[in-house]
Write a protein of this length. Structure first.
Length: 263
C-alpha cells in the first residue's frame, strides 16, 4: 500500500541519527518493493527525468570520464559503447546520447536493470534516442563476454550490500575497455536538509521521490566509507553538490588532462 505521506517516517529515521554519522542500510526503499503502487512508480520514473539533471550532476561526469572514452572509440573508427547498470527509467542514458550527439560522437547505449518494470518503462519512453534496454544483471553480460567503452551507474551503489557491491565492481572492471564510473550520493546532513526542503511540494504526491530520496541519502556512503570498501584499481572521487564517484580506468588508458579531481 502506498504511504500517501511518508514524511513522519522519514523524520523518525533522521532523529535516530540526526548528524547522519552512519549509513542507514536496514530499510529498503519503497520503489524496490515488487508490490509497490504502480502509479506511484510510474510517476517516480517520470520525475527522475526532472530531478536527476538537478541533483545527479552528470554533465561534468560525462565530460571528464565518458566523453574521452567515446572519443577514443571514434579515433579507432567505431561507435562508442556505454553500459548503464541499473538504468531505472533510462533518463541518464538518454542524456548521454544527446550530449554525445552534440559533440559529434556516435554512441550505442545499453541500459540494464534486473527489474522488468524499469526496462519496460525506459523502452516505452526512449523518445527516439535508440538506446537498448535489457532485463538482466551485469554478471550476465560478463558471462556473454561483452565489453563497453564506458560502464556507468546512477544512484545504484547505496542500494547494494557489501557482497553485491564487490560483485558489481568486479563485473564493471571486466566489462569496460575504457572507464567505469558509478555516480552516487554523498551522505551528509546538509544534503538531507536541502532535499527535504526542495521536495516539500511532493510530500503528499503519489510518488516515491521524496521518501526514497531522503532514505537514499541516509543509505549512501561518506567518502572514507566508500574508499574503504573499494577494491584495488578503484578510487572514491568526491564531487560537488553532494556527489561521490567510484572510478576505475582500464589498464592502458590515461585520464584527461583538464579538470580537477578530489579524492
Amino acid at each position: 500500500m502506498l504511504r500517501n505521506n511518508p514524511l513522519p517516517h522519514a523524520d523518525v529515521l533522521r532523529r535516530r541519527d540526526p548528524l547522519l554519522r552512519h549509513r542507514s542500510v536496514d530499510e529498503p526503499e519503497l520503489m524496490d518493493d515488487p508490490a509497490c503502487d504502480p502509479v506511484a512508480l510510474d510517476n517516480t520514473y517520470r520525475l527522475f527525468g526532472v530531478i536527476n539533471p538537478l541533483v545527479a550532476s552528470w554533465r561534468p561526469v560525462y565530460r571528464r570520464y565518458v566523453r574521452p572514452a567515446l572519443r577514443a572509440a571514434a579515433r579507432e573508427g567505431r561507435p562508442g559503447t556505454v553500459l548503464d547498470i541499473g538504468c531505472g527509467g533510462g533518463d541518464v542514458a538518454r542524456a548521454i546520447t544527446r550530449w554525445a550527439a552534440r559533440d559529434g560522437l556516435d554512441v550505442r547505449i545499453t541500459g540494464i536493470d534486473p527489474d522488468a518494470r524499469a526496462t519496460r518503462w525506459a523502452a516505452a519512453h526512449d523518445r527516439g534516442v535508440g538506446a537498448t534496454y535489457r532485463t538482466l544483471a551485469s554478471h550476465d553480460l560478463v558471462a556473454a563476454g561483452e565489453r563497453y567503452d564506458a560502464v556507468i551507474s546512477n544512484h545504484m551503489l547505496h542500494h547494494l550490500t557489501r557482497k553485491e557491491l564487490s560483485a558489481v565492481l568486479a563485473d564493471s572492471r571486466r566489462l569496460t575497455r575504457g572507464v567505469a564510473v558509478h555516480n552516487d550520493l554523498r551522505r551528509s546532513r546538509a544534503a538531507w536538509l536541502v532535499y527535504w526542503v526542495a521536495t516539500l511540494p511532493l510530500a503528499r504526491a503519489r510518488t516515491f521521490v521524496r521518501f526514497d530520496g531522503l532514505l537514499s541519502i541516509r543509505r549512501s556512503h561518506a567518502p572514507a566509507e566508500l574508499a574503504a570498501v573499494l577494491p584495488p584499481g578503484w578510487r572514491a572521487v568526491r564531487q560537488r553538490f553532494f556527489r561521490l564517484l567510484a572510478v576505475h580506468r582500464a589498464q592502458g588508458t590515461t585520464p584527461p588532462r583538464t579538470g580537477r579531481v578530489r579524492t
